[in-house]
Design a binder for this molecule. Sequence first.
Ligand code: NAD
Ligand code: GLY
Length: 361
Amino acid sequence: MIQTLQVALDERSYPIHIGRGLLQQIELITPHLKQKRAVIVTNTTVAPLYLDQLRSTLESAQISVLPVVIPDGEAYKTWGTLNLIFDALLEARCERSTTLFALGGGVVGDMVGFAAACYQRGMPFIQIPTTLLSQVDSSVGGKTAINHPLGKNMIGAFYQPKLVLADIGTLDTLPDRELKAGLAEVIKYGLIRDLPFFEWLEANMSYLLARDPEALAYAVQRSCANKAEVVAADERETGDRALLNLGHTFGHAIETGLGYGEWLHGEAVAAGTLIAARLSCLLGWLSADDVLRIEKLFVLAGLPVKGPALGAGRYLDLMSHDKKVIDGRLRLVLLTAIGKAVVSDIATADQIGAAIDAGCT
Ligand code: NAD
Ligand code: GLY
């Protein structure tokens, strides 16, 4: 069964299809192509698994396909890799109406989206996310970026895809550690705006870890529904979209501080979310019982609940690059209850430092 959601953004609206075996369903793709020419960008891990499937689906409709295979890993989310994509597009004389396909996880998706935003000032692109994290979060909403040595996702653009095709079947080959990392972003939706979903996750985490197809499809659909609603209301993050960054300011500091790729994005977000929860408690907004309840769910998901001991000063220095900083003041996503989040600059450096110290090993 295919479930379809819509990201409602006027003329930039697009569908998210969720289901098994979608890579073979050409009729879901052809309505979104402007010409019978496609470039599939994927990486060295995903190419042997799914490139041929997608390629033959497209070729079955006489669409010519150029595959571009880039190196795998967060450490390659760079200008250098982006240029490999531009080189391939230019060498093949791709036109502005050629469609770029992002086949892979969030790293491929974010980079391909940025390449699509830049090439000839904008070409269409389609997200085919193959990790849990990219199916529940990064493929939806049009945030595209590469990393800079000084900060994560610092160079990028808002640029929406024409279509998101989340084939749950691709999760069959996903390593356990990556599946768990994706669960961090799933839990996020429960924490910031969907208490019943948080409760469902408490009751169903074991099914998700066992890759029960129905549970996975439900988690992807419910996550995408939450994300689509937030993005439709605030595409460019002038307001509530910032809530989707719960735990990310601390998490990005972990990723940049340790070197990209050392901790997975979802792992860093998990530890970062617990720091944010502890800080919320310190401010008197969240009860100690709720912090324990949140910690229990992350533990159940097999995710880290303590960050690496980089030192509070180093965290604060890395966090000063955060995109939510305004006039030098750090704004953080904090919890006022499970299912309710706010963005606030009320916490002092000492309070943030204390939460970091308590939330690191
Ligand atoms: P990833 O893209 O690095 O993928 C994780 C690993 O799984 C990689 O080694 C990949 O090659 C492999 N893989 C992918 N699909 C597979 C499959 N089906 N079977 C086996 N292996 C597979 O990591 P990710 O967790 O998907 O994404 C993390 C990235 O997403 C980060 O760079 C983060 O900043 C970004 N992100 C972006 C947004 C956004 O809104 N744009 C949101 C959240 C995260
Ligand atoms: N992942 C955060 C956002 O899309 O806004």
